[in-house]
Design a protein around this ligand. Structure first.
Ligand code: ASP
Length: 454
């Protein structure tokens, strides 16, 4: 059985919805269909989820909501009209949103917000089920409450209650036909609607794929496959091959450095259950897309992708004979822990220790205080915080045990006159990272692309 998830761009209008139905009907194994709320129809359009957020905010401020309410209903009405689904489904959606709005005073603000946000997916799932029926194929809308999608944690940032896997698995152990399942939300144990973080329909799909032990989790979006580097930086990458297969490890490393393949949280359920994930394009369903799985056949000496992420800084501490001091590293990290700062990497030299941190954790106004605390704890000879660093990540299982991969990257950067501020390779050898100044990012990524892919 396959679980497929269609994102907002795949469900933005009637033409897209027709493609979705064709895709599902083309393969009888596609049995659970997770849907997002309708997304943007064109540049400058607004996603239904964003309209709903605006609507909720107006309602909470006690302002007039007519225009936003009309805009939300219109998105569904437009699809229903184009697909000849009749008036009934539009009335149901209108009523549903009216009922939700009526709860404005009786719920805490964050609860009300989640209730409103969830309408995007919930009403879309109902409409999609009706659209299948109009094509003469029965598809059943299933509500997350009835199937056991129990969430805990904070509203708007909820996580799955681990007991849910078994409950969801049982709910789908014996079912006929096609199920249409709204993404992005579930219910708390006391029956309140709660949503995952934005983009959370991916999480729903991944959870269901794990719960039913699907053969594959197909995630339909608007790209043919994952490109080996960011097409906004290297435009020609679009003319070349996408990545046919990658391992979970490779995906994790690439997404760490900004590859927008998936939100890390979204894949955890599928990865833990070892369900292969297939990224595919709703607009080109014949394309095989990118398959992400536990292992793959690897060609030695090859790289799967080059990623880059801005927004890092480096705390550099130097102290003569540091290597003989016991507890230096612990004291350094203790200062960061006390300040609530999580660190990323810790490269070191004989008498120097660096700690790479996301810049957002050390805003400029905090820097002086932090440096003072480090001076007090470590009595260093020199301390500085380098800002505006970009982390380049060169990733590939094919690099393991292959000499010269780092040399190739260094030569590529040297050829365009870029100096490196840090190099770091973990013992897995599946990736190495190089920190450079952010101003050099685009040139560096292009040089690495040329070195490894052309
Ligand atoms: N509709 C929600 C959002 O825009 C969830 C999703 O599309 O995955 O964030």
């Amino acid at each position: 059985m396959k679980v497929c998830k269609f994102g907002g761009s795949s469900l933005a209008n009637a033409a897209q919805l027709k493609k979705v139905i064709d895709i599902v009907l083309a393969d009888p194994a596609r049995r659970i269909v997770v849907v997002s709320a309708p997304g943007k129809r064109h540049e400058g359009d607004t996603k239904v989820t964003d309209l709903l957020i605006e609507l909720a905010e107006l309602a909470m401020r006690g302002e007039n909501t007519d225009r936003q309410f009309g805009a939300v209903v219109e998105r569904y009405a437009e699809m229903a009209a184009e697909l000849n689904l009749g008036e009934e489904i539009v009335r149901r959606i209108e009523l549903d949103i009216t009922d939700r709005l009526a709860q404005v005073g009786s719920l805490a603000p964050e609860e009300f917000m989640d209730l409103m946000k969830a309408a995007g997916e919930d009403d879309n799932a109902k409409l999609v089920a009706v659209a299948f029926a109009a094509r003469g194929r029965k598809a059943r809308y299933v509500n997350p409450k009835d199937s056991g999608m129990i969430l805990t944690g904070r509203f708007g940032d909820a996580t799955l209650d681990p007991d849910s896997y078994a409950i969801l698995g049982r709910a789908f152990s014996n079912f006929d036909g096609i199920v249409i399942y709204p993404g992005f939300f579930g219910y708390t144990r006391d029956g309140k609607v709660a949503t995952f973080p934005r983009g959370g329909s991916d999480i729903t799909g991944s959870i269901l794929a794990a719960a039913v032990r699907a053969d594959v989790y197909e995630n339909f979006t608007d790209v043919d496959s994952v490109y080996p580097c960011d097409p906004r930086i290297v435009e020609e990458v679009k003319n070349g091959e996408g990545i046919p297969t990658m391992t979970y490890r490779e995906m994790r490393e690439l997404s760490y450095a900004g590859f927008g393949v998936f939100n890390d949280d979204a894949v955890i359920p599928a990865v833990r259950a070892r369900i292969p994930i297939n990224i595919r394009n709703t607009n080109h369903p014949a394309e095989p897309g990118t398959m992400i799985q536990q292992s793959r056949r690897v060609v030695p000496g090859t790289v799967v992708g080059v990623a880059s992420a801005d927004g890092f800084c480096n705390i550099v501490v130097e102290k003569y004979l540091m290597n003989r001091q016991i507890g230096f590293g612990r004291r350094l990290l203790q200062v960061l822990e006390d300040a609530g700062i999580s660190y990323e990497h810790m490269p070191s030299g004989v008498d120097s220790q660096c700690v790479v941190v996301k810049e957002q954790f050390i805003p400029k106004e905090m820097e002086h205080r932090l440096v003072q605390a480090l001076k007090k704890a470590l009595d260093p000879d020199f301390i500085t915080i380098e800002r505006d660093l970009t982390m380049l990540m060169i990733v590939g299982e094919g690099m393991c045990y292959t000499p010269g991969m780092l040399a190739k990257a260094c030569l590529a950067l040297a050829s365009v006159g870029i100096s490196m501020s840090m190099v770091n390779q973990g013992s897995s050898e599946v990736s190495f990272m190089i920190a450079i100044r952010s101003k050099d990012r685009d040139q560096a990524v292009r040089a690495l692309y040329r070195a490894f892919f052309t």
